[in-house]
Design a protein around this ligand. Structure first.
Ligand code: SF4
Ligand code: SF4
Ligand code: SF4
Ligand code: FES
Length: 580
C-alpha cells in the first residue's frame, strides 16, 4: 500500500494502481476518453491529465501509477484549462451535429465537453469526411472519429483480426480499414465489438428501422403480417437504456412493448434455440456414431460472426461446422412455412423481423442461400437491441406502465435450455442436456453440465454419456478462438464438440447490445439468463411441447428431409471476400 493525497485528501491505496483508478476509488473521478482497461492504455487523448506536486508537466492519469507520497490535483485551474484545450482540439476535427448522432446522450465526448462547459470554440474546424458503403452492416462515420484507437486495439487484441489501422500522424492521422481496403473487401467478422467499445458515434450498426416501413410496408400496409422474434440475450439487456431495473425488464414486458409498437405476432427465439438443439444435437450424435466419415471437432454454427471468421481465416475447416442454421433463421423459415400453413396466412405477406444482440446477423439474413421457405428471405429484417430500444423511445412508450403479455403461439414457448443460448457455454450446455437424453433415454440433472458456464474465454470438459467420453470446449472472443484452432492444428488439443461465440461472453456481450462505455456487462446479463433457466418450468429442449408438436405435424423428426431443407444450410454456398 502507498500513502498519497488526492486534492489534499489522504488516500491509502495499493501500489501500482493507476492514478485514474485511485481517483475513482477516492470518489474524485477523472474523465477519460481513449482509455480502455487492459486494451488501450496509450495515453492518446490527454483528457485525463492531472497535476502532481513537484512535477512540471501535467501527466495522463490513465497510464501513470501512484507513488508513495504523491500529491495529485485532479481538477486544479491548470488541469481544467489543459483539459478544455484538449477537448476543444478534438472538437475542432469533430462533426458536432449531436441531434443526428446515434450516440447522442450516450457519448463520452459529449459528456466530457458538456461537463467542462464547452459551449463554443475558438478553433477553426476541419472535419474529415470519407466515403463509406452504407449498405454494409457496420457503418463508420469518420467525421465523428476522435482517433482514440480503441477500435484498432479491440479488433487486434481481443478479436485478433486487425481490420482497422491508423494512417498518417499528428493532426492528419486517420483511422480506417487497414491496407487501404474497402470494408466490404476486409475479413471483418461483423462482431460489432469495435462499435460497443467506441466512445462516440463514429461506429454504429446499419440502421434498419426505417426499412421496416419503407421497404416492407410493415406498419403501413394492412395486408402485411409482421412477425417479430426476440433473441435470448436481448431480454437480459433491453431495459438498460430505458431506465428499467433487471427485475422490471422482464421478457413478458418486452413482448408487451413489441405489441404496443404494432407487431402482429411476437415470438420467442428461445423456441428457435430449442429447435437448433434438436437438430444440432442430433447431428452431433450422428457424426459421433459415424466417426470415420467426419473430421472432429464439430463446431457450433449459430454465431454468424464466428462463421464469417472461420470462412475467411480457416476455410479448410468449413465442413467441421454444424450445418444447422442459427435459431432465428430456423424460426424464420418455420414462420413462412409451418406457421403460415397452420394459420392460413399467405407466406408472401409475412414480414419476419428478428431482434438480435448482434450485428453479424444483419449480414446472415442477407445470405442468398440461407433462404429456404420459398417465400423470400427466412428473415426479412434484423434489428439490434439498440435499434429496438430506439423504436420504443420514438413511440414514447412508457414501458414501466405496460402490462406484461405472453409471447404468441405457436412459437412462444422456449425452455431454460433455449434461454441460455445467450451466454457463453449455453449452447453447449443445452446440447449436452439433450444429447444425454437422446443417448440414454433419461434426463440428466439439469445443472449437470455447469462446468461449461462462466466468463473464461476458453473452457473445456469431459462428459461421460453411457460409457462414451465426449470432450467438449467452449470459446468466446475470436482471439481465444484462434488460439484454440492453433492448438487443434498443433495437436495440443483434441475435442469432439466445440461451441464458438465471436463476442466475449457470448451474445450477452454482443455487438448489438446497449453500450455502457467502460463497462463489460456480459457477466451480469449472462447471470440473468441462467436465472431465467433455473426458474423455467421446462429446462430441456426436447421437452418443449410446441417443438414436439411441430415435428409431429410437419418436420417428422430431427434431420428428416424437410428438416434438412428448411433448417440446415450449405456453408459453401456463399463466400467471404478473401475465402480460398
Ligand atoms: S472509430 Fe471510435 S473507437 Fe475507433 S478511433 Fe474513432 S472514435 Fe476511437
Ligand atoms: S466488427 Fe469485429 S471484426 Fe469487424 S472490425 Fe469491428 S471488431 Fe473487428
Ligand atoms: S456472439 Fe452472438 S452477438 Fe456476437 S456475433 Fe456471435 S451471434 Fe452475434
Ligand atoms: S484517457 Fe488518458 S490519455 Fe486518453
Amino acid at each position: 500500500m502507498v500513502n498519497i493525497k488526492i486534492n489534499e485528501m489522504p488516500v491509502q491505496i495499493k501500489e501500482g494502481t493507476t492514478i485514474l483508478n485511485a481517483a475513482a476509488y477516492a470518489n474524485m473521478p477523472v474523465p477519460s476518453l481513449c482509455y480502455l482497461k487492459g486494451i488501450n492504455e496509450i495515453g492518446a487523448c490527454r483528457i485525463c491529465v492531472v497535476e502532481i506536486k513537484g512535477v512540471n508537466r501535467l501527466v495522463p492519469a490513465c497510464n501513470n501509477t501512484v507513488q508513495e507520497g504523491m500529491e495529485i490535483y485532479t481538477n486544479s485551474p491548470r488541469v481544467r484549462e489543459a483539459r478544455r484545450t484538449n477537448v476543444e482540439l478534438i472538437l475542432s476535427q469533430h462533426n458536432c451535429n449531436c441531434p443526428t448522432c446515434v450516440r447522442s446522450g450516450n457519448c463520452s465526448l459529449q459528456k466530457v465537453a458538456n461537463d467542462l462547459g464547452l459551449f463554443a470554440s475558438e478553433y477553426e474546424r476541419d472535419i474529415p469526411k470519407k466515403h463509406w458503403p452504407v449498405t454494409f452492416p457496420l457503418i463508420r462515420d469518420s467525421s465523428r472519429c476522435i482517433k482514440c484507437m480503441r477500435c484498432i486495439q479491440i479488433c487486434d487484441k481481443v478479436q485478433d483480426l486487425n481490420i482497422w489501422d491508423i494512417s498518417k500522424t499528428g493532426s492528419r492521422a486517420t483511422v480506417g480499414v487497414a491496407h487501404n481496403l474497402q470494408i466490404t473487401q476486409a475479413d471483418c467478422a461483423l462482431c460489432g465489438q469495435c462499435i460497443t467499445h467506441c466512445p462516440t458515434g463514429a461506429l454504429r450498426e446499419r440502421d434498419d428501422t426505417l426499412k421496416l416501413s419503407s421497404l416492407h410496408g410493415a406498419f403501413s400496409d394492412p395486408e402485411k403480417v409482421t412477425v417479430v422474434q426476440v433473441a435470448p440475450a436481448v431480454r437480459a439487456a433491453w431495459g438498460e437504456e430505458l431506465g428499467l431495473s433487471r427485475e422490471e425488464a422482464t421478457p413478458k414486458k418486452l413482448a408487451a412493448a413489441l405489441k404496443a409498437l404494432g407487431f402482429d405476432y411476437v415470438f420467442d427465439t428461445d423456441f428457435g434455440a430449442d429447435l437448433t438443439i434438436m437438430e444440432e444435437g442430433s447431428e452431433f450424435l450422428e457424426r459421433l456414431q459415424n466417426k470415420e466419415k467426419y473430421t472432429f471437432p464439430m463446431f457450433t454454427s449459430c454465431c454468424p460472426g464466428w462463421v464469417r471468421f472461420l470462412k475467411s481465416q480457416y476455410p479448410e475447416m468449413i465442413d467441421q461446422l454444424s450445418t444447422a442454421k442459427s435459431p432465428h433463421q430456423m424460426q424464420g423459415a418455420m414462420t413462412k412455412t409451418y406457421f403460415a400453413e397452420k394459420m392460413g396466412i399467405d407466406p408472401d405477406k409475412i414480414v419476419n423481423i428478428s431482434i438480435m444482440p448482434c450485428v453479424a446477423k444483419k449480414h446472415e439474413a442477407d445470405i442468398p442461400n440461407i433462404n429456404d421457405s420459398g417465400h423470400g428471405k427466412d428473415v426479412d429484417v434484423v434489428l439490434t437491441t439498440r435499434e429496438v430500444v430506439r423504436m420504443i423511445r420514438a413511440d414514447h412508450l412508457d414501458v414501466k406502465k405496460l402490462q406484461e403479455m405472453e409471447f404468441d403461439n405457436p412459437f412462444g414457448t422456449g425452455t431454460g435450455a433455449g434461454v441460455i443460448f445467450g451466454a457463453t457455454g449455453g449452447v453447449m450446455e443445452a446440447a449436452l442436456r439433450s444429447c444425454y437424453y437422446l443417448v440414454t433415454g433419461k434426463n440428466p440433472y439439469p445443472d449437470a453440465f455447469y462446468m461449461v458456464r462462466g466468463l473464461d474465454g476458453w473452457k473445456e470438459a469431459c462428459i461421460d454419456i453411457q460409457g462414451t467420453t465426449v470432450h467438449v470446449a467452449v470459446v468466446s472472443g475470436l482471439g481465444n478462438t484462434r488460439k484454440l484452432i492453433k492448438a487443434l492444428q498443433n495437436g495440443e488439443a483434441e475435442y469432439d464438440f466445440v461451441e464458438v461465440m465471436a463476442c466475449p461472453g457470448g451474445c450477452a456481450g454482443g455487438g448489438g447490445q446497449p453500450i455502457h462505455d467502460g463497462e463489460e456487462l456480459a457477466g451480469v446479463r449472462g447471470d440473468n439468463l441462467y436465472f431465467l433457466d433455473r426458474t423455467s418450468e421446462l429446462r430441456f429442449s426436447h421437452e418443449n411441447p410446441d417443438i414436439l408438436k411441430m415435428y409431429e405435424e410437419f418436420l417428422e423428426k430431427p434431420l428428416s428431409h424437410t428438416a434438412h431443407v428448411l433448417l440446415h444450410t450449405d456453408h459453401h454456398g456463399w463466400k467471404m471476400p478473401n475465402e480460398g
